[in-house]
Design a protein. Structure first.
Length: 560
């Protein structure tokens, strides 16, 4: 585990349950979990928490964790999502037991069990419209009304259910319902739907099936088939647990049975976590796909430069709760900033360049400056950076009439160029619009390391890039996608109204030190004084593209 030792936490309530089960030798002392995503979208940071929890518990207790796709709704599922989910889990550093599993692998067994329930008088075919069925269910404080088909003869139910399977009826013509208790205060126990007709090809089984099981029926039975011991899911499924147990009661023989445990899902400030809403953003072209670096998807975070270690560290840091709460997105940003500070090489990059000419430095001459790559990494080594007469600095690092506490460049002021000389601004030139085009300085030639004046102190230190050796790059400065802490929490407003119009700024003419010429997609760096940046997948040898992962420090606290 790469989590800081001084932040180790005591056992969470799920670990306490597992340890009690081990103590009592429940399920013969086996620990077997699963992560069961629906392949109907890309995984987001909330799923990452669940991945870290399930696979992490399996690793900690020397158990197993399955990857099982809940592919019971072919209308919304796609192989693209299956492949992206596998990639995300492996990128986070986890491996599932054996091959990936699919609920569709069990469709034959699930059908046979449904037939058993019909024969046992515990399931029936209902031909009513869905709106009428919903109305008959009533409300928790008032009993529901039995369907007129509830006591249909078993033989007729069997014949109709087989006809549903064989494609004899249109989509939506009838459903199979469990016969439980229409007066239960738990609405999920009021004769829930087990199967519906859907004439839709499946991404794995093709046109073999035209009936598909509902999640509540398929999930617990799939757990049973796979030998799952602890079915860990989010809190909204707590009210489904009696139904989970009821379905298991119909098939379980012997001492083994899965146990469902619920925990609070991850709610993150300034973020939407609904797949439906994220799909809206993609389909309405409000973002550039599922892996847009502003998206909370794992693929978006990966493209932005988040590391798997930082996400695992974040998941460990927020812990496992029994009640819903909202986590400040700043904690996620802190976690990635913390890890990148440990591993990311420091480099020079100027995002909004203005040229500085050092008038007393010989024309045509250049020299090499040795700089430490990362002071936090003892094995990070050093690199050589070229210095010449003409350099670029950040435009914001110069002011014509600077205030007293502006410790950067201004007329008559001295600053140190990091790793090189102390320079003094003597003059500058502007264009017809009043923009600074060139700054003229003189250098204290004894102030470089090794010179007689190397120890001389000045208050400002600037990063720079040699104009002669600079390489060009596009830099995309990403910010939070929403301006509101809870963009989806306003009942009278569309969450898209709170989108941040400045969530992406493209800087097309940035200047980078030449050591960055051979970078590859995914490489992360600290642009000194500016933040952490990652090479985008669209980058190439001819057109370098960097994404800002996170600034050096939280700037949002000043905006509130």
């Amino acid at each position: 585990m790469d989590f800081p030792e001084n932040e180790k936490q005591s056992l969470n309530f799920i670990e306490q349950i597992i340890e009690e089960d081990l103590k009592n030798n429940n399920n013969e002392g086996r620990i077997h979990l699963r992560f069961p995503p629906e392949p109907n979208g890309y995984l987001h940071i909330g799923h990452a928490k669940s991945i870290c929890l399930n696979f992490g518990l399996a690793n900690h207790y020397n158990g197993l964790c399955n990857l099982r796709f809940d592919d019971t709704n072919p209308e919304k599922e796609d192989v693209e999502y299956v492949e992206s989910i596998m990639e995300d889990i492996q990128w986070l550093g986890f491996e599932w037991d054996q091959e990936a599993y699919y609920a569709s692998d069990y469709f034959d067994q699930l059908y046979d069990w449904a037939v058993k329930l019909i024969k046992d008088g515990k399931a029936y075919v209902d031909e009513q419209a869905q709106s009428l069925i919903s109305e008959q269910r009533g409300v928790p404080t008032r009993p529901g009304i039995n369907s007129p088909y509830r006591d249909r003869p078993i033989e007729e139910n069997l014949r109709l259910f087989e006809g549903m399977k064989n494609g004899e009826f249109e989509t939506g013509a009838m459903i199979l319902r469990a016969k439980i208790d229409m007066s239960s205060p738990n609405m999920h126990m009021r004769d829930p739907i087990m199967y519906r007709i859907l004439h839709q090809d499946h991404h794995r089984s093709g046109d073999k099936w035209c009936i598909y099981p509902m999640y509540d029926y398929a999930h617990g039975q799939s757990d049973f088939i796979e030998g799952i011991t602890h079915s860990v899911c989010t809190l909204e499924f707590e009210i489904h647990r009696p139904l989970y147990d009821w379905f298991l009661d119909q098939i379980v023989e012997g001492n083994y049975r899965p146990r469902q445990i619920e925990f609070a899902r991850l709610n993150l400030s300034y973020t939407v976590m609904s797949k439906r809403k994220l799909l809206q953003l993609v389909e309405e072209n409000l973002v550039n796909g599922w892996d847009d670096p502003r998206m909370p998807t794992i693929s978006g975070l990966r493209r932005r430069g988040y590391t798997p270690e930082s996400i695992r560290r974040f998941a460990e840091r927020i812990g496992v709760a029994k009640r819903d709460n909202v986590i400040d997105v700043g904690l996620l940003e802190f976690s990635v900033r913390e890890h990148l500070n440990e591993i990311a090489p420091r480099v020079f990059a100027v995002l909004n360049p203005v040229k500085v000419i050092i008038t007393n430095y010989p024309e045509g001459q250049s020299e090499e400056v040795e700089l430490i790559n990362n002071p936090e990494d003892p094995e990070g080594g050093s690199r050589i950076v070229p210095f010449s007469r003409e350099i670029y600095i950040e435009r914001d690092d110069f002011m014509e009439d600077p205030p007293k506490k502006f410790f950067r460049m201004g007329p008559g002021r001295e600053v140190r160029l990091k790793g090189a000389y102390i320079v003094k601004c003597e003059d500058y030139k502007k264009d017809e619009n009043g923009a600074i085009t060139e700054i003229y300085c003189t250098a204290d030639m004894d102030s470089k390391s090794g010179g007689a004046g190397a120890s001389r102190k000045v208050k400002g230190t600037l990063h720079w890039v040699s104009a002669q050796h600079a390489i060009d790059a596009e830099v995309r400065v990403y910010d939070r996608l929403f301006l509101d802490e809870d963009p989806a929490g306003h009942k009278d407003k569309d969450f898209k109204e709170f989108m941040n119009p400045e969530s992406l700024k493209v800087l097309p003419a940035c200047k980078l030190e030449p050591s960055l010429a051979d970078v590859k997609a995914g490489d992360s760096f600290q642009f000194q004084r500016l933040g952490y940046f990652c090479v985008d997948k669209e980058s190439s040898a001819d057109a370098l593209v960097f994404n800002r992962t996170v600034p050096l420090r939280d700037s949002w606290s000043k905006r509130k």
